[in-house]
Write a protein that binds this ligand. Sequence first.
Ligand SMILES: Nc1ncnc2c1ncn2[C@@H]1O[C@H](COP(=O)(O)OP(=O)(O)OP(=O)(O)O)[C@@H](O)[C@H]1O
Length: 225
Amino acid sequence: MSVVEVSGLSRDYGAGERVVHALSAVSFTAEKGELVAVRGRSGAGKTTLLNLIGGLDRPTAGSIAVAGRAVTGADESDLLELRRDTIGFVFQSFGLIPILSAAENVSIPMRLAKREPAARDERVSVLLELVGLGGQANQRPGELSGGQQQRVALARALANDPDLLIADEPTGQLDSDTGRAIMDLLRAVVDARGMTALVATHDPNMIDRADRVLTLRDGRLVESL
Ligand SMILES: Nc1ncnc2c1ncn2[C@@H]1O[C@H](COP(=O)(O)OP(=O)(O)OP(=O)(O)O)[C@@H](O)[C@H]1O
């Protein structure tokens, strides 16, 4: 079984003469332990594809399964559960809660999953150490650099030990050295945990570290290397 199974996936926005085919008949699979880069120009459909796979948006046609669970056709409560337990998300803009410390941000998914507090605190420490922020647990996002904030976001995405990590331009707001360090960390985490990762990126460093590259053009998969 592949961790990600996408078949005939299409997403139209709008209707009639103004319809935009953001994604057209995209099919691919991603296996356990694979880091797959999704590249393409601005507007090619990268974000649309990742949002559909993550259950943040619904397709016009086609099917998606993640870790053997159907995403398409799932009702809202199933999707909530899938996003909480099976998928970790990292976004370009980090998406941390400004008034919470790094540790509190990382603990959010575990609170939502009702993990027991002692186990939760222990795991928060392990995750912050893993991303090299053991000493910054009590700092708020505003007191951290961009690279450090993205590390917190990565730790948060790993909190519930997801089968799939979805990252949309994770290095988009970082300078190239910091971006490279984040990519190395992502690669190491994928290798250590045997997780699958889908990463939308323009970043050549990122693409170098991928096992496979999917190229989108005008919503179609044109190349799969
Ligand atoms: N909510 C929406 N309503 C209408 N059109 C949309 C919507 N979201 C995306 N689109 C259109 O769908 C197409 C694909 O957009 P998408 O954001 O997936 O591209 P992208 O490859 O992620 O681009 P970028 O690299 O700039 O983030 C674009 O033409 C975009 O304008």
